[in-house]
Design a protein around this ligand. Structure first.
Ligand SMILES: *Cc1c(COP(=O)(O)O)cnc(C)c1O
Length: 371
């Protein structure tokens, strides 16, 4: 039997009737662009996250680009971010004309190391952009303190962390959802994400009225009023069909994130005391978009190949840190921790409904492959 890295079918089967009803409603209405479900989804997701404004867009990448532009970021500005993320993070910064400045990561959380941020701040620094990688909330308490001290904005890349909550030591931010702590939060509804559409989709959230107004104009060709365009914008609206699907799925997100945490906890129990690996921390509020192990002693490729030969899919997020990708032609110095982790990380199959039997199969083969 093949074990994929993600199986979306059990989830679909559990909501099939509601999804088909939602799709039919949109098809019958004919309101495919900015139909009523878009507004309703925005209201419902804003209420869920406890944030004033939710502006839906065409993708997580667009949420980052439009979020940056709505914060006034552009040519000559520097944005401090993590090297260890999907390229959309750095790409969005470059696409608004700004320069990404990469700061190394903390090996426990895989996220930007707040201790190293201050050394990267220059007079051109405008924004810190943490990524809540794999669903593990970044160190928002320290990041917000630094932002306050230096007068910087914060935009959170929450593509992998829908429904994750931040908990820190002594922090008044405790239990806030990721995306609602900085000036802007950017979410992705790419189908494999924790809250996934059946196509592309994204969301910008903010508590700031001006930022929200600008983001709304930027997603619709820079027009606050139709045919009265005030600036260069984008065509980046969330399809009504996807909004209707997301309204159904939003009702289940807590239970699905709980399912992912349960699977992660079980993996950690099954893999406890196995030498040569480091299992991920079950941090409070973590929603395990990925369950990612560190495989030490240069054995990762051997393990991945053996598992593939046994029909078990695994993934490497990410084999090359963003700052070392060919696009940058070696212009950035290496960040040693991110390089090391890019050689060790291996993400095992995880989805909310994954059964114990499948997990035991994965773990048995994994342990065999390590020998
Ligand atoms: C998926 C992802 C994005 C981009 O989201 P899209 O909806 O695919 O454009 C950005 N950042 C991170 C960390 C991601 O995982």
């Amino acid at each position: 039997m093949k074990i994929p890295v993600l199986d979306l079918k059990p989830q679909y089967e559990s909501i099939r009737a509601d999804i088909q009803e939602a799709i039919n409603r949109v098809l019958e209405s004919g309101a495919f662009i900015m139909g009523p479900d878009v507004k309703l989804f925005e209201q419902e997701v804003a209420e869920y996250l406890g944030v004033k404004h939710a502006i839906s867009v065409n993708s997580g990448t667009d949420a980052l680009v439009i979020g940056l532009k709505a914060l006034g970021i552009g040519e000559g500005d520097e944005v401090i971010t993590t090297p260890f993320s999907f390229f959309a993070t750095a790409e969005s910064i470059g696409n608004v004309g700004a320069k990404p400045v990469f700061t190394d990561i903390d090996p426990k959380s895989f996220n930007i190391n707040p201790e190293e941020i201050k050394a990267k701040i220059t007079p051109s620094t405008k924004v810190i952009m943490p990524v809540h990688l794999y669903g593990y909330p970044a160190a928002m308490g320290q990041i917000m303190d630094i932002a306050k001290e230096y007068g910087l904005k914060v935009i959170e890349d929450c593509a992998q962390s829908f429904g994750a909550r931040y908990y820190g030591t002594d922090s008044d931010l405790n239990s806030k959802f990721t995306g609602t702590i900085g000036n802007v939060g950017a979410f992705s509804f790419f189908p494999s994400k924790n809250l996934g559409a059946y196509g592309d989709g994204g969301l910008i959230v903010t508590n700031n009225d001006q930022v929200a107004e600008l983001a709304k104009a930027l997603r619709a060709h820079g027009a606050k009023k139709k045919y009265h365009n005030e600036m260069l914008g984008h065509n980046s609206r969330l399809d009504t069909l996807q909004a209707a699907i997301l309204r159904v799925k939003l009702q289940h997100i807590d239970e699905w994130n709980e399912g992912r945490r349960r699977v992660a906890k079980t993996y950690n129990q099954l893999l406890a005391d196995i030498p040569g690996i480091i299992t991920p921390e079950l941090a409070d509020g973590h929603v395990f978009h990925q369950y990612t192990i560190r495989v030490l002693d240069g054995k990762r490729e051997q393990v991945q190949q053996y598992l593939a030969s046994q029909d078990i899919s695994t993934m490497i997020y990410y084999p090359i840190p963003q700052d070392q990708l060919p696009v940058y032609q070696g212009q950035y110095p290496v960040n040693p921790m991110s390089i090391q982790l890019s050689k060790e990380v291996l993400s095992l199959p995880i989805w909310s409904e994954m059964t114990l039997d499948l997990q035991v199969m994965v773990v048995e083969k994994f342990i065999y492959a390590l020998k």
